[in-house]
Design a protein around this ligand. Structure first.
Ligand code: SAH
Length: 240
């Protein structure tokens, strides 16, 4: 048995963009729209928009799992462990964060917490460029390989502490943070463009967390609107 070949095969699951996920994806989208309606009182969004739904349809979530999942697992509306104590986010949360971003085709996006890479790929379907930062090197490397296999040339990955942002490419029209912070890191507010939007869960690991929309007005004033109770893994800040 050729071990090296086996390991390569495992490190990026086979991606067959055919119809194999169609039934599960259709079912997932119905569930997402139902959940959007149920949570509209919090989020202000009764349905996911067509561009967001199309993005969810185009991204093969099964390709982002560390090992090839069943289609049932891959398109269940649930988070799933990806190793290192981290998770691939629940599809509803990915759709909601993408919806709240109000992306335009020229948007430049910073994501903190690449994890599996799934959220970054959904954002990259709708934005011009996505810059994504992950503190766990193995996860950053795995996501990079999946982006390459799927042909996402507009996703740029850094292995670093994302609470510092990524100053080189700032400012960003949208910043999406996929780990919970006690307090929004100042660097992220600084790197948001005037008129920009930030979507970030605020709260401790075991405390109630609030998915929060931050808006910077044209004059540079930043305001926060707490929207929805959520449960994210913590943002690990080494420079706080
Ligand atoms: N967006 C991911 C979900 C990621 S879970 C997806 O779609 O799958 C949150 C991720 O944030 C974890 O991988 C964790 O390692 C990462 N993280 C936590 N603190 C971080 C920090 N300070 N900088 C960069 N990544 C961080």
């Amino acid at each position: 048995m050729n071990n090296a070949a086996n390991q390569t095969a495992k490190s990026v699951p086979d991606i067959n963009p055919g119809e194999e996920n169609k039934v599960e994806l259709d079912r997932l989208i119905q569930i997402l729209q139902r959940e959007a309606a149920e949570t509209a009182g919090w989020t202000g969004r009764k349905r996911f928009s067509d561009p967001v739904i199309d993005a969810i349809r185009r991204v093969p979530r099964h390709a982002f799992f560390p090992e090839r999942p069943s289609m049932f697992e891959a398109y269940a509306n649930r988070p799933y462990p990806i190793g290192f104590g981290q998770t691939i986010s629940q599809p509803y949360i990915v759709a909601l964060m993408t919806e709240l971003a109000d992306l335009t085709p020229t948007a430049r996006v910073l994501e903190v917490g690449t994890g599996s890479g799934y959220q970054a790929a959904v954002l990259a379907e709708l934005a011009q460029d996505v810059f994504t930062i992950e503190r766990i090197e193995e996860l950053a490397q795995h996501a990079k390989r999946v982006f390459k296999t799927l042909g996402y040339a507009n996703i740029h990955v850094a292995h670093d502490d994302g609470s510092k942002g990524w100053a080189e490419h700032a400012p960003y029209d949208v910043i999406v943070v996929t780990a919970a912070a006690q307090k929004i890191p100042k660097a992220l507010i600084d790197q948001l463009a005037p008129g920009g939007r930030m979507i970030i869960p605020i709260g401790g690991q075991w405390d109630p967390q609030s998915l929060t929309l931050g808006i910077k007005d044209q004059a540079g004033k930043f305001t926060k609107v707490p929207l929805l109770p959520v449960a994210f893994v913590p943002l690990v800040c080494t420079n706080a």
